[in-house]
Design a protein around this ligand. Structure first.
Ligand SMILES: *[C@@H]1O[C@H](CO)[C@@H](O)[C@H](O)[C@H]1NC(C)=O
Ligand SMILES: *[C@@H]1O[C@H](CO)[C@@H](O)[C@H](O)[C@H]1NC(C)=O
Ligand SMILES: *[C@@H]1O[C@H](CO)[C@@H](O)[C@H](O)[C@H]1NC(C)=O
Length: 386
């Protein structure tokens, strides 16, 4: 059976040879795994670590690391069968603008002419998005976010750049992808410095978003830029497994940009539950989202991206009204009722006004925003109680 699989893999890899952009089995065999072998294990805390078969398994960091080192050959077989057409040789940066909202232009720092020939325009705001584990180029969540900026009749122009780090995110081993978020962030930081130098792109109008493991890529980007400080970073249900609250230098953190915001939709399962930005948003309490089904991998985790996409697409009609919570523990108790003074989840101007912990309810289906209904409801309860 094993040899049969290897044979299939070899056949598949020979099909892939036509495009030198694709990662091949030969690349994998040549790849340097010394960073994996040498990676430090912080402590023996146990985590629910996502497994490739869709389950979650209690493991220490050491066990996750050992699994990664041991399953290399199995990994390449499974990966090749499931994802061979999605994994690229290196981190790629794919630009979408109002002139090319569907078909990307790759910006390759090794070939500066790709930037000169592209539709990148430093006068327009730049938005950079990093996908999560197993989220290659064609993932639906990427499309949602690109379309939110550039489609649906929107006239505003943006440079929307998708960070395709499938070279490290497309792997059976969550541990491996998690380990390389820092490196993916480093590449993205280099891109930002490069764009700033070559085009004068202002840091002031540059936002970086990331989903799940991609949220940490966004954080590591902010930590590693050298020519300025990113204006806004948004962590969308930032991955929790194998990241520690107590260790902000190893995860997305509130000092990675001038303003960092976190959105929590599957807290304590796949996502962080504690606030990790200057402002933290807890739609429906931040643990699970309505109408998402009851399997452990339901849509709750991805909803953070969908909510942000809706907020951006609706612009000044954003209807993710919020209330303020005094403390994080009030989110758990649903004890949040103070007016937030008009702060809305996903508002690009939140850097001017949002600080602390916010709660909101949403609809089960799109459009998810419910406006000020939640606020009205709690005021009504308050009036009845009085
Ligand atoms: C860049 O955008 C500005 C503002 O929209 C516009 O005036 C300018 O012509 C654009 N530059 C190029 C090269 O398209
Ligand atoms: C979805 O999955 C999460 C765990 O990932 C679970 O807590 C929640 O109850 C599930 N159901 C719904 C409706 O979100
Ligand atoms: C709810 O929040 C208020 C402050 O806004 C606090 O005084 C009260 O103790 C909280 N109640 C619970 C159950 O946490």
């Amino acid at each position: 059976m094993k040899y049969c699989l290897i044979l299939i893999v070899l056949c598949i890899s020979s099909f892939a040879l036509g495009d030198d952009d694709f990662y091949t089995i030969e690349d994998l065999l040549k790849e340097d795994f010394s960073d994996v072998i040498e990676a430090e294990v912080e402590d023996d805390q146990k985590w629910l670590v996502p497994q490739f078969d869709g389950s979650l398994k209690w493991m220490t960091e050491q066990e996750a690391k050992d699994q990664t080192i041991k399953t290399e050959i199995v990994e390449q077989i499974k990966w090749a069968i499931n994802h061979f057409s999605n994994k690229r040789r290196k981190v790629r940066f794919l630009l979408f603008t109002q002139k090319n909202p569907v078909k990307w232009q790759e910006i390759d720092m090794d070939r500066p002419e790709t930037l000169e020939r592209s539709n990148f325009n430093a006068s327009h705001p730049t938005r950079i998005f990093s996908h999560g584990w197993l989220g290659g180029v064609h993932h639906d969540l990427n499309t949602q976010l690109v379309d939110a900026h550039l489609q649906n009749g929107r006239k505003e122009n943006y440079n929307v750049i998708l960070v395709d780090w499938s070279c490290w995110a497309m792997t059976v081993n969550y541990y491996f992808a998690r380990l390389r978020t820092r490196k993916a962030g480093k590449r993205t930081a280099e891109l930002i410095d490069f764009l700033h130098e070559k085009t004068g792109m202002p840091f002031e109008t540059t936002y970086v978003y990331g989903h799940s493991l991609g949220a940490h890529v966004a954080g590591f980007t902010g930590k590693q830029v050298t020519k300025g400080k990113i204006k806004t970073i948004i962590g969308l249900d930032s991955a929790m497994p194998l990241f520690r609250l107590k260790n902000p230098q190893n995860r997305i953190a509130d000092t990675d940009a001038e303003y960092v915001e976190s959105m929590h939709t599957n807290g304590q399962v796949l996502g962080f539950y504690n606030p990790i930005g200057q402002a933290a948003f807890y739609p429906n309490g931040g643990r699970s989202q309505p109408d998402c089904g009851f399997s452990p991998f339901n849509c709750s985790h991805g909803r953070a991206v969908t909510y942000l996409a809706e907020a951006i697409a609706r612009g000044n009609k954003n209807s993710f009204d919020t209330v303020t919570c005094d403390e994080f523990k009030d989110v758990k108790a649903r004890n949040c009722s103070k007016s937030s003074g008009g702060v809305k989840m996903g508002d690009p101007d939140n850097f001017k006004k949002a600080k602390g912990v916010y709660f909101l309810e949403t609809n089960e289906k799109s459009p998810f925003g419910i406006g000020d209904q939640y606020f009205k409801k709690i005021t009504r309860i308050f009036v009845i109680v009085m």
